[in-house]
Design a protein around this ligand. Structure first.
Ligand SMILES: [Zn+2]
Length: 126
């Protein structure tokens, strides 16, 4: 898998959610599917437990009900650097990790990674 795609309105929603949570970390579950060799994110789900203020590394995805439509996790880096930490990769869930970095203004602040920490191309569809 080399590419991740999502709609612009969904991206804008994710960025707005991130700005609202700042300076705390925000976490969202990503729902979607694999289509023609790329990962398509169709919607986001707020985790069942209130996670505002909970660090990503404190979040336990294995406490979630089994749901095969959850393909990965999104979280923010209030530090402003959209690179996965070793801890992020240890907590990798699903097939894609999306990280948004402060100031959460545009797709330029958002990156997607696979389980090996390799950056995937992010395609935003208008
Ligand atoms: Zn992180």
């Amino acid at each position: 898998m080399e590419e991740v795609s999502l709609r612009r309105d969904l991206l804008e929603g994710i960025l707005a959610y991130s700005r609202e949570a700042h300076p705390k970390e925000a976490i969202l579950l990503l729902r979607g599917w694999v289509e023609g060799g790329s990962i398509r994110i169709e919607e986001v789900v707020i985790p069942p437990l209130a996670t505002h203020g909970l660090g990503f590394s404190d979040f336990n995805p294995y406490a979630l009900p089994f749901d095969p439509s959850i393909i990965g996790l999104f979280h923010t880096h209030p530090s402003g650097i959209a690179e996965p930490s070793a801890e992020d990769l240890n907590h990798f869930y699903g097939i894609v990790m999306v990280i948004a970095a402060y100031p959460y203004r545009s797709e330029g602040d958002v990156k997607a990674f696979d389980a090996a920490g390799r950056e995937l191309r992010l395609e935003v569809a208008d």
